[in-house]
Design a protein around this ligand. Structure first.
Ligand SMILES: *Cc1c(COP(=O)(O)O)cnc(C)c1O
Length: 388
């Protein structure tokens, strides 16, 4: 069998290669000047006052909870419909996961679905810009601010997405970002925590580096009698300069990447327009998606099962993935009590993700759509269909 078309493929060019090579040749490969520059450029790109580079978005979510001293006895509201890291971060700090449902159109939490789960023990809420589709963040922020509950934005997938006329993350209290290769800006592994508050940034930098008052790179630049103090127990969550050099190069290209992905999504939309029972992810009224994942909902109206569609496409050499998972259905959360989550269960079982990556040709998208329509039985053999 020929190679299966993947759902995602990272895009590296010679500028990326050169950036990494230059850093390697500089002799400084651990957290240093490249990380500092990446943090500044990323903060500027998303409209944050501060950015703290870390090893992953998962680490960023955990750190965000720790910055609010969330721990045992506290509840944290998270959507079940998310990559499992969102819930895991809560468990890792010893707090209790409380699953919220989502609205049906975009699979996002709303002020209502979140408030439905808030109790006097709620210590924080993590809201997810799922698959790059921006949350309608203002009503959520407003509802939580009056109750004094900190909001953490899981923006792991959302670099380059927009809320109204500003980048996602603009003025966010705390937002966590991922640079895993499955996302559209990658450093291999890596993450960022952005924030507005300078004191939170200072503490985040300290916790990232063993609780030290001085970073290792600062110590190298200062007179040898400069001495660091370890003021609280911390971690090692440092990003390397090799990763940051790659991240800076990728960040420069982010607007072009988003433009390209949105154009490719239009090709799919044009081909699938008007097909009964098929619903393609699109921009919400309040913003613009970076199309991190091109997901599709297959309604029962289409008369076909999602698993069938996936395996038929695979037989034709087209890779797909199930849509966003629902954490409460995984064994790790089988003993976590939860209220009914009907929309999350419906979306996780009826959605799939289609290929979208740099270098994907229009003809390939046409072929994927033809095979999809065949798999759905949506082909009209009397004509007017896309090539069966
Ligand atoms: C990918 C992802 C994460 C985890 O990101 P890592 O950088 O791999 O830790 C967290 N939340 C969401 C919504 C994600 O998609």
């Amino acid at each position: 069998m020929t190679d299966v078309i993947p759902v995602m493929r990272p895009w590296f060019d010679t500028r990326d290669e050169w950036a990494v090579l230059k850093t390697l040749r500089s002799g400084w490969v651990a957290q240093g000047p490249q990380v500092a520059a990446f943090e500044q450029e990323f903060a500027d790109a998303v409209g944050a006052a501060h950015a703290v580079a870390l090893t992953s978005a998962t680490a960023a979510l955990e750190l965000a909870l720790l910055l609010h001293d969330v721990g045992p006895g506290d509840e944290v509201v998270v959507p079940s419909l998310s990559f499992i890291a969102t819930a895991n971060a809560v468990r890792r700090v010893g707090a209790t996961v409380v699953f919220a449902d989502v609205e049906p159109e975009f699979g996002l939490v709303t002020a209502k679905t979140v408030l439905d789960r808030v109790t006097p023990r709620t210590a924080a809420v993590i809201a997810v810009h799922q698959a790059g589709v921006p949350l309608d963040i203002e009503p959520i922020t407003a509802a939580l601010t009056v109750r004094g509950i900190p909001l953490i934005e899981d923006a792991a997938c959302a670099a380059g997405s927009w809320y109204v006329d500003r980048p996602v993350g603009h003025a966010a209290h705390l937002a966590a970002w991922s640079f895993h290769p499955r996302k559209i800006l990658t450093t291999g592994e890596g993450g960022m925590l952005t924030m507005q508050d300078g004191d939170l940034a200072t503490r985040a930098r300290r916790l990232r580096e063993h609780g030290s008052t001085l970073s290792a790179s600062d110590r190298h630049r200062l007179p040898s009698h400069a001495r660091e103090r370890y003021v609280e127990p911390g971690f090692n969550l440092r990003m390397t300069d090799l990763q940051a050099a790659l991240g800076r190069s990728q960040l420069e290209r982010l607007p072009a990447v988003v433009t390209e992905r949105r154009e490719m999504a239009e090709w799919y939309a044009a081909n699938l327009k008007g097909v009964a029972g098929v619903h393609l992810v699109h921009d919400p009224p309040w913003g613009r998606t970076n199309v991190q994942s091109l997901w599709l909902r297959v309604d029962s109206a289409a008369g076909v099962d999602r698993e069938d569609v996936m395996s038929r496409l695979f037989d034709k050499g087209i890779g797909t993935r199930r849509g966003v998972m629902a954490a409460h259905l995984e064994p790790a959360y089988s003993t976590t009590p939860h209220e009914p989550l009907p929309v999350s269960e419906w979306l996780t079982s009826s959605t799939l993700i289609l290929p979208l990556f740099h270098g994907l040709h229009r003809e390939t998208v046409d072929r994927i759509c033809d095979e999809l329509l065949n798999a759905l039985g949506a082909c009209d053999p009397t004509g007017g269909c896309l090539g069966c």
